[in-house]
Each structure stands twice: as structure tokens, then as C-alpha cells.
Ligand binder design. Sequence first.
Ligand SMILES: [Zn+2]
Length: 139
Amino acid sequence: MDCIFCDVIAGKTPAFFVYEDDDYVAIMDKYPIHRGHTLLIPRIHHEKILDMPTNLVGALFSKVPLIAKGVVEATQADGFNVGQNNGRAANQIVPHVHVHVIPRYKNITTAWPKRTLADDSDLRSLAEKIRKCIDLTVK
Ligand SMILES: [Zn+2]
């Protein structure tokens, strides 16, 4: 399989590791949004979190505070964002699940995607639609 993160995990492609255990690695993002931008990556290849058993998704996110605490302490950041992209349309560049931990600094602003004010009736019907689509039987 042609996957840059699988290659990094296998040691075939170099990366700057910040953390490693039996199930996860964390590396520096090569194209950081801000200094200290780190990626938490499960060793097992899944393209999107919807391809993973939910307990593995939970386990992945339960590692986020560990990494974020290290990143924030190391960078002296004032805050951080956690991001997880699924699919090209969501800016997922590498098709191997990963969580972005992005330190933020008071004096450095980055434009967040522009927001619009939603229409209440649209919000109401969308909420209803989404509520019906949340399948509590998904494991
Ligand atoms: Zn992979």
C-alpha cells in the first residue's frame, strides 16, 4: 500500500517523532499551520475514522491530551486546536487517520474559514434530519 504515514511508521520515511507506543506515533507536521503543529497517528491504517471501530476512535482521541500537553508546554503556546479531517473535501491530504494538534499564539492570528449566519428554519430542519440520522446502534 502506498501510504506516507505507514512508511513513516515502518521507518521507511524519516519524520520527527515526538511520541511512540505500541498503537500510536506522534510526529511533527511537515507543513505546520503554526510552530509546533503535531500529528497523532494510529499505527493501524484506516483512511477515515468511519472506517475504524468506535472504541479505537475513542482510544485515539484519549491520547490527544497527552500530546497536546507536551506540545503546549514545549512551545509555550497560549492555546491549541485539535483537528481531524476526513476526505479530500475536508482537506485530508494523507489518507491515513491522524489528529492535528495545532498550538495557537495570542499574537499570531490565522484566518479561520469564514462563517455565515445560519437561518433558523434551516437549522431546525437540519437538526431534525441529523437527529434522525444518528444511529445509536453503530459500533
Ligand atoms: Zn497508512
